[in-house]
Design a protein around this ligand. Structure first.
Ligand code: 9MR
Length: 372
């Protein structure tokens, strides 16, 4: 054998040996939601402070490589940023914003006005008696001005009002509604815009496929616009299950877009567990007792159920792709199955598989499918 031909043989053997390594690397590089959807919409995840501070390299790499947008799962809510009147705490929010900045990710502020996770001082005086309308408006203004002002230029947009509409389309009788009246929604949007005229402003809610809620949201968009107020997009939380009605879900995307606002899926996950009643909701106070039959995959999801979820996700992303000119962001509510709130909602202590990445941060089969 000549020198030349033995050199070529060595080269060939080296290439063959290295192939699996490069193939794996290429696949890992290809498997990025962030890259796959960069021309269509932002793709995001909700993160908590444990993930920011202790998540570790593997989780951080995954968040960085897969997502172009971040939302705080809890640390920008009223009880976190203003636990006591006039005592503001931005440490967690600042760390989260810095984490996103380093990863070149867009941050959404979640959320300014919500009936849940708002401390009771907000609604009462120091004797525990409910405050009057003027005091409540002042508190709301101060909260929104301070929080939005603090994150000005760092947060692209805010979920200004969260979950203000009931399933029948009526306005939720929250403390904000009861004390101020229905114009609390307009006031919240007005204050948010005054605090940061460049920030996008969103209305965010669950069960947005429900036609009664859809109509009420449309009424709300029209009302805000009629009062000269800014509203950029509707956040469809999208806490879905395998039996969610994708036809009606798509109709809502179309209906909101028709009103001249953008649409976002803001808290997407798809549960594979049975819902214990006939009325699915993401209302946080919903709670059912644990039963073994409600927790069928505690030792692992079956191939059959995984295939069902794969099919559902492919259908869902076909809808997102079809409407991508109206959609600005798709955000999953959590990074991995192990961190999902769905393991405890609406039944405590179950094992759910609702997110793109499993408990060992492995991608679900459908992640590759939607990327392809
Ligand atoms: O995922 C959040 C969970 O960690 C909190 O315990 C819970 C408390 O209310 O809020 C969860 O996030 C909610 C979001 O802020 C608004 N829409 C419903 C989400 C799930 O409850």
């Amino acid at each position: 054998m000549t020198n030349n031909s033995s050199n070529s043989l060595v080269k060939l053997m080296l290439m063959l040996l290295a192939f699996p390594f490069f193939a794996q690397k290429m696949e890992a590089q290809q498997l990025s939601l962030r890259d796959a959807f960069q021309d269509k919409f932002l793709i995001g995840t909700a993160i908590n402070m444990w993930q920011v501070r202790q998540g570790g390299e593997k989780m951080h790499n995954l968040i960085k490589s897969q997502y172009s947008a971040i939302v705080a799962e809890n640390c920008m809510k009223a009880e976190a940023v203003q636990p006591i009147e006039n005592i503001f705490n931005f440490k967690d929010g600042d760390d989260l914003v810095e984490f996103a900045r380093k990863n070149n990710q867009v941050v959404t502020g979640h959320c300014l006005i919500w009936h849940s996770q708002t401390p009771t001082w907000f609604f009462n005086n120091d004797k525990g008696v409910q405050v009057d309308r003027e005091t409540m408006i002042d508190r709301m203004r101060k909260h929104i001005y301070t929080v939005v002002g603090h994150f000005k230029g760092k947060v692209k947009g805010w979920d200004v009002v969260n979950e203000a509409i009931e399933g029948d389309g009526s306005l939720r009788r929250s403390n904000f509604y009861n004390i101020i009246g229905e114009d609390y929604i307009r006031l919240a949007f007005q204050f948010a815009h005054e605090a940061d005229p460049d920030a996008e402003l969103y209305y965010n809610d669950y069960s947005m496929d429900n036609p009664a809620k859809r109509e009420a949201v449309i009424k709300l968009i029209r009302d805000l616009k009629a009062h000269g107020l800014r509203i950029d997009a509707i956040g469809m939380q999208s806490h879905l299950g395998l039996d969610s009605n994708l036809k009606q879900y798509e109709q809502s995307i179309e209906a909101y877009a028709k009103e001249g606002v953008k649409v976002m899926a803001t808290e997407l996950e798809v549960s594979v567990l049975p819902w214990p009643s006939d009325q699915q909701t993401a209302e946080i106070s919903t709670n059912f007792a644990y039963q073994e039959t409600l927790n069928p995959f505690k030792n692992g999801i079956t191939a059959e159920m995984q295939a069902k979820q794969d099919k559902f996700m492919v259908e869902l992303f076909k809808i997102y792709k079809k409407h991508s000119k109206d959609i600005t962001r798709i955000t999953f509510w959590g990074v991995s199955d192990g961190d999902s709130w769905k393991n405890d909602f609406p039944v405590k202590g179950r094992t759910d598989y609702p997110l793109p990445f499993g408990r060992n941060l492995e991608a679900k089969p459908w992640v590759k499918k939607i990327i392809d």
